[in-house]
Design a protein. Structure first.
Length: 363
């Protein structure tokens, strides 16, 4: 019992050390890449390097959260390679451990790390992203085109030729803005007229307004019963959908209440419900990454294969992540139930990994 505890403690220490090293490497790389993006964004502003550095520091932790499954996969590969390369695995098997018992330690740790990320770190990263958006928003407000979703509906500010427009809609349903009001101003921001529409098809940049009424600046009705009217905008359905609350700003603990609030207001909550499911699945997704790393390392002879399996594992992981995104897209577009779109990739990975580990354990 004591011997088993000492071995498991050593394996846990080695795995955590590798995860921390891999996380630090990804943090540095992400920070540098994001810093260049922020510097490019502020190239027309008279500011120093401090603001881009602060913004990168606030934003990168959320990127790490999204990349953590890939970090766990690479950490698992590194961990199993290390104990094989140093022949530690021989000593472990002599002591009575099988491939299954060796993989238990990183598997349990991956589940624990998943729960820590969701329950503790995710709320922190959501606060950091909110701070990031509030700081960057100060500079974005100087642009001619702005858009946001608030408790009062969808708001858009845009410029068209020599006129300024402010658009408000109460809701978004499929490809249509509902309860649309367009406020028109001249170049000097003097109010000119107001256009009301029951709805607007925003499938393209040329919106089609339906059941339109137009009022002058005094509020007098000047045109009514217009069935269709075209309005040229900088925003189509894809851009409008991206305006909905940045899910990275909503913590795991607030998701349930946010979903109920938006459902009561008639908003689509498919993406939020998908994130809620992904949050629950996150620890098991990390576990599946550990199992997958074991498939491509345990039971193979790297002296003969010369890291071929590592290359195959990385390529496979890229395919898995593309498949995961594809499955998520099917869920968002209502082609698959949310639950199936989230859990299907994990189940497939589990089945593949289980078969592979059973085969490896027989060697």
């Amino acid at each position: 019992m004591i011997k088993s505890f000492i071995i498991n403690k050593y394996l846990a220490h080695e795995f955590i050390k590798i995860v921390l090293a891999m996380t630090f490497a990804f943090f540095c790389l992400s920070f540098i890449l994001n810093l260049f993006e922020e510097i490019n964004f502020f190239k027309d502003f008279d500011i120093g390097i401090n603001i881009p550095i602060i913004l990168s520091s606030l934003f990168v932790p959320s990127l790490l959260y999204n990349m953590f499954p890939f970090i766990i996969l690479l950490s698992g590969i590194w961990f199993f390679l290390k104990i094989k390369k140093t022949d530690e695995i021989i000593a472990l098997k002599v002591s009575g451990m099988s491939n299954f018992s060796i993989i238990v330690v990183p598997s349990v740790l991956s589940i624990i790390l998943g729960f820590i990320f969701i329950t503790l770190l995710n709320p922190v990263t959501s606060i950091l992203v909110k701070k990031y958006e509030s700081i960057k928003g100060v500079y974005e407000k100087e642009q001619d085109y702005l858009a946001a979703v608030t408790e009062n509906g969808i708001w858009i500010k845009e410029k068209n030729l020599d006129k300024n427009f402010i658009v408000r809609a109460s809701n978004l349903h499929n490809n249509n803005l509902i309860g649309l009001t367009i406020y028109e101003f001249d170049y000097d921001n003097n109010f000119l007229k107001r256009t009301n529409a029951k709805s607007a098809d925003i499938s393209s940049l040329d919106w089609v307004l339906k059941d339109v009424k137009i009022f002058d600046k005094e509020g007098h009705l000047i045109e009514q019963s217009i069935k269709n009217l075209t309005y040229r905008s900088m925003y189509d359905i894809k851009k409008i959908k991206s305006l909905y609350s940045n899910l990275d700003t909503i913590s795991f603990w607030a998701l349930s209440d946010e979903i109920k609030l938006l459902e009561n207001r008639g908003y689509s909550t498919r993406e939020m419900r998908a994130k809620f499911q992904r949050s629950f699945a996150f620890p098991l997704f990390l576990l599946s990454m550990v199992l997958l790393s074991g498939v491509f390392t345990l039971g193979t002879n790297f002296k003969e294969n010369n890291w071929t399996y590592v290359f195959i594992a990385i390529i496979t992981s890229v395919l898995i992540f593309y498949f995961n995104d594809f499955s998520a897209a099917l869920g968002k577009t209502n082609k698959l139930p949310i639950e199936i779109s989230v859990w299907m990739p994990i189940v497939i990975i589990f089945i593949f990994s289980s078969v592979g580990l059973i085969h490896a354990n027989q060697k």
